[in-house]
Design a protein around this ligand. Structure first.
Ligand code: ADP
Ligand code: MG
Length: 482
């Protein structure tokens, strides 16, 4: 009789709670209260079992007042509620048992009493995988990784060296480095998704038993909402809490919305981080600039390493093109590759896009890929995305015209022809680009702004007085307009 007392107390509590929430909150009731299992009554303390740490935090966050009221109603002014969290045997026990009524349960002044409840694995319910269509059983989760975005084909350059090597370190020792979370950020099309995916693949290769999962922040949000609708929020949380390496792509998607999703993710993040599981996040901004995300989530994102991916320089762009061509088994002349690399400098996605449309055009029209065809195509391609002539490109055209290697611009030599190439590059850079004299100087042989100014005057003077120079400047001007 006595041992049934706790059940009766909790049943009464449930009734009051259900009533207090009202029929419009039936889902809340089903999700957050029905799963609570009473296990013991100790004087005026009721001990209940909850499915997870997240669950406990959630009800304490959202329903603490209601619970307090109800418990006191049933058990008198000294009534208390203690939680016991179900332990999965693979997770080191981390007993959080909290007591009501306490206002500062977040501080460690609370008397923490541990009541681990061992759930026999055989009895434990299988946690549904939100990626699996109900009915289809899968034992190992599908990582949702794309096999084509590998670390091997992620071309290295100054623009991505830190991020790439941090990624490699993480794949070697997931959760064991200080890069947790690893946050990769950049503008669009610079390789965040590729690199994040590649880290996932590498991790699986080096640690075949690790559970790796790639998810976009949008998918995560949808799944979370869906779980809420179908009353399976706990399963959702459980699923994510058992991942070893979690990759969440484009987290900025949650900015200004998805508050509940962010909250759920925050809890999952904490849980994984505590267990030394690896978290990899991508975003279009540095964490400090991510507006509209929860401050406490942002502060978590700063715990590990934030590495940015920058626009690749021209050498890296060439390497990326060569690599793509090699992958596809296509040959292309060097001058064609150079032309594309110099002219498409916005991001890697555009670079690939230009390459693909060039290949498509040539095969459709059965024309060979010549420099002329490339020029036509790229000009058309670039027009739409506002073609921007760079200082790099100017140097290249000038040096090609003078039949000099382009790196001569950076040399310290004062040989006449080299000085001239440098001055011409400076002159056209000022005319064509929006760069400041200081930036132009920096890129054209590390000179100061006075040198650039002097160069511009020199070319202008020569243009008036020297026929040879006039021809050269006119001819170059034509080339830049092509
Ligand atoms: P983001 O996620 O930053 O918008 P993606 O990862 O989708 O960018 O990259 C866009 C395209 O550029 C992809 O096809 C990717 O394979 C390619 N890419 C980006 N960076 C590199 C790189 N360093 N080496 C090879 N390919 C790259
Ligand atoms: Mg992306």
């Amino acid at each position: 009789m006595m041992e049934e007392e706790y059940k009766r107390v909790w049943a009464n509590c449930l009734e009051v709670i259900k009533d207090a929430l009202g029929p419009e909150n039936k889902k809340v009731f089903d999700t957050w209260f029905v799963p609570i299992v009473p296990i013991q009554l100790d004087g005026s303390t009721l001990i209940v079992q909850v499915p997870s740490q997240f669950f406990y935090e959630w009800i304490e966050d959202h329903y603490v007042d209601l619970l307090k009221r109800v418990i006191r109603m049933q058990l008198g002014p000294n009534g208390m509620l203690k939680y016991s969290i179900v332990m999965d045997q693979t997770i080191p026990s981390d007993p959080i048992v909290t007591t009501l009524p306490s206002h500062n349960r977040r501080t460690s002044q609370n008397p923490l009493v541990s009541i681990p409840v061992n759930i026999n694995k055989d009895n434990a319910r299988e946690i549904p995988d939100p990626f699996v269509i109900p009915g289809i059983q899968k034992r190992r989760i599908n990582s949702q990784l794309s096999s084509s975005y590998t670390l091997e084909n992620f071309v290295e350059g100054d623009c991505n060296r830190l991020a790439r090597s941090a990624g490699y370190a993480v794949a070697e020792k997931p959760g064991q480095t200080s890069f947790n979370p690893l946050l990769l950020y950049s503008n669009v099309g610079l390789g965040k998704t590729h690199l994040a995916n590649a880290i996932g693949l590498k991790t699986k290769e080096l640690h075949p038993d690790a559970t790796v999962l790639y998810v976009t922040s949008e998918q995560f949000m949808q799944q979370y909402a869906e779980a809420g609708r179908s009353g399976t929020t706990n399963d959702f949380i459980h699923f994510y809490e058992m991942i070893d390496v979690l990759i969440v792509d484009d987290i900025q998607f949650w900015a200004g919305k998805a508050q509940r999703t962010q909250e759920a993710f925050f809890h999952i993040f904490n849980h994984l981080h505590q267990r030394n599981c690896q978290i990899i996040i991508t975003s279009d901004k540095a964490p400090g600039e991510l507006q509209g995300l929860e401050p406490r989530l942002i502060s978590r994102l700063k715990w590990g390493l934030s590495a940015d991916l920058q626009s690749p320089d021209v050498e890296t762009r060439k390497n990326i093109l060569r690599q793509k061509l090699q992958n596809d088994g296509i040959e292309m002349a060097d001058d064609v590759i150079e032309y594309i690399a110099y002219n498409i400098n916005s991001n890697v996605r555009e670079l690939e896009g230009a390459l693909i449309s060039l290949i498509a055009q040539s095969s459709l029209n059965k024309k060979e890929i010549t420099l002329d065809l490339t020029k036509q195509m790229i000009n058309k391609y670039v027009q739409s995305s506002a073609r921007e002539i760079t200082i790099d490109y100017i140097q290249k055209v000038v040096c090609d015209y003078l039949d000099l290697p382009v790196d001569i611009i950076q040399a310290t030599s004062r040989k006449r022809e080299i000085v001239q190439a440098r001055q011409l590059s400076m002159y056209f850079s000022k005319k064509i680009t929006k760069s400041s004299l200081a930036v132009i100087g920096l890129q054209c042989g590390n000179k100061d702004h006075a040198t650039v100014l002097h160069a511009i005057k020199t070319i202008e003077n020569l243009r008036q007085t020297d026929r040879y120079m006039r021809n050269m400047v006119d001819e170059l001007e034509k080339r830049f307009k092509e």
